[in-house]
Design a protein around this ligand. Sequence first.
Ligand code: IPD
Ligand code: CA
Ligand code: CA
Length: 278
Amino acid sequence: MAHEVHDVAVKLAREAGELIVTRRAGHIEVASTKSSDVDVVTAVDKESEEFLYTRLRELRPGDGFLGEEGQVEESTTGVTWVVDPIDGTVNFLYNIPHYAVSIAAVTGDPSPVSWQVEAGAVFNPATGELFHAARGEGAFLGERRLQIGPPPPMNLALLATGFAYSTAMRKEQVRILSQLIGEVRDIRRMGTASLDFAAVAAGRVDVYFERTLSPWDHAAGELLVTEAGGIITGIRDLAQGREGIFAGHPTLVTQLKARISEVGGDTLLQDVPGWGLE
Ligand code: IPD
Ligand code: CA
Ligand code: CA
């Protein structure tokens, strides 16, 4: 099963990637906004999702679909495809060559609390890098197998993170980061969550932490990390998901999680000052 859906994920991530990189050669503009003025969608996000939805119906009839741009289909086979048709849309808009198509096949209820990720592909068409994994079969960058190395001490760890689209949350995130910046090697905000997980799996950053992600931002990425020997966990004793997600070597994740808790970075979203008032 994992192998079968893996091959479909890889094939379609490449196909959609080719589509979006071709469109990027033309004129790209904001088509609409979502949760806030800076949470943008281009026509290509929608086109890429429509393309993937159609292709999956051809190749895997009966499978479910959960896409960022609104396509939802219930599964009759037990498999659901969790899709971010362009992850890193702001990078795509500005032609920063760091965006991706992220596709995962999950079984069980398609929610991070209960899903089992069977396969995932994260393809950056601007660089041609393809990260992929099948459950129990390892994580790969192209043909190279990925394995997370021994963790550095926290003060030498390169930390990746991202910011929410909510102003209240961004202020809270900066407050937490202002504590952490003196305690780690440095901090990266690269703008594409799926590629942040891929970077953890490939050893390009040591640890990653973000809050307010949606299922399609992390479904494929979490398998890359666990198949490379890392762990995925949420804040407090919650499952990974919207409240928060950590990825990296178990030792480093445990240390970072404890430190974030100490500086009050695990306040539930509903209790963050200003949350929900925008
Ligand atoms: C966003 C990116 C970004 C992360 C945001 C996501 P989008 O996805 O992955 O890195 O910080 O939380 O929403 O909107 O470009 O698909
Ligand atoms: Ca995304
Ligand atoms: Ca997206």
